[in-house]
Ligand binder design. Structure first.
Ligand SMILES: [Zn+2]
Length: 275
């Protein structure tokens, strides 16, 4: 599933492709169930002729702000975005096509069809349950992501650390893969529970969230500048410290990675680094 760093790479990609200022001349949605709100006809009608004025991200949501409202795109499991020329139709699994005034198309490709589309005047409602961003534009700790607030969650609940990291209300944008990377960076075992941590452990975890997410955004941005497009399935990415296959080696100590399930989620970890 595309997590915060990949969704941010898509945001940067769309900006690099100069989508801002472009008008969406028509929209074709071949999988109408992807539209959360409003209904299909109103969705298509609302977006048609909208001019893209900015492109933002919150958590795993991407927002194309139009002069007539906000288009939200959530890539969910397997969604990817491509900007292609008029003659380029080699992209498979296209579920939504936005025709642009300059002759190009913005395509939502989504093999498993879990991606979601939303349109409205104000995205406050869909963002209401979302916790703070971990990093700001400078990839430092975001002003809204505060240690005192974060540490309160460890007193209130006794759950696996990984489960806490996946809670979008505590910090936005972390999914299965980056949760594993953050635990490795913290040198905390995935079997540790929130009540097992002292204040120093929580401080290390807090810092690791900022560092791992910030580094990933930077790495994906460098790849984008080299012409490597973001893809929805992140598991092939080379910048992970924990390879996501059995037999892969921890990129910190060289030990073979271990695998388990935590609350039903496949979890890679290093027994040596996180022992
Ligand atoms: Zn290791």
């Amino acid at each position: 599933m595309p997590e915060l760093p990949t969704v941010d790479a898509f945001r940067r990609y769309l900006i690099k492709e100069k989508l801002i200022g472009n008008r969406i001349t028509s929209v074709d949605v071949t999988w109408p169930r992807s539209i959360i709100s409003p209904d299909r006809d109103r969705f298509l009608d609302n977006i048609k002729d909208g001019v893209i004025t900015s492109i933002d991200r919150r958590g795993k949501w991407l927002f194309l702000v139009l002069d007539k409202g906000i288009l939200g795109i959530h890539l969910r499991m397997t969604g990817s975005l491509f900007v292609v020329g008029n003659a380029d139709d080699r992209i498979p699994y296209v579920r939504t096509t936005f025709d642009l005034q300059d002759g190009r198309k913005l395509l939502l490709s989504d093999p498993r069809k879990f991606g979601k589309l939303w349109f409205g005047d104000d995205n406050k409602e869909i963002l209401a349950k979302l916790g703070p961003e971990p990093v700001n534009e400078l990839l430092e700790s975001h002003a809204d992501f505060r240690f005192d607030e974060f540490s309160k969650h460890f007193i209130k609940r006794n759950i696996f650390l990984k489960t806490l990291l996946l809670d979008q209300a505590i910090v936005a944008g972390i999914g299965n893969i980056y949760a594993d990377e953050i635990l490795l960076h913290s040198k905390l075992s995935p079997f540790v529970r929130t009540s097992d941590l002292n204040k120093t452990d929580i401080e290390i975890l807090f810092e690791s969230i900022v560092i791992v997410i910030g580094d990933a955004i930077r790495d994906l941005d460098l790849l984008l500048q080299e012409g490597v497009l973001p893809v929805g399935n992140e598991e092939s990415k080379s910048h992970f410290k924990l390879p996501r296959f059995i037999g892969g080696e921890c990129q910190i100590c060289g030990s073979e990675v271990a695998w388990t399930k935590i609350n039903g989620r496949g979890t890679y970890y290093c027994e040596k680094c996180q022992g």
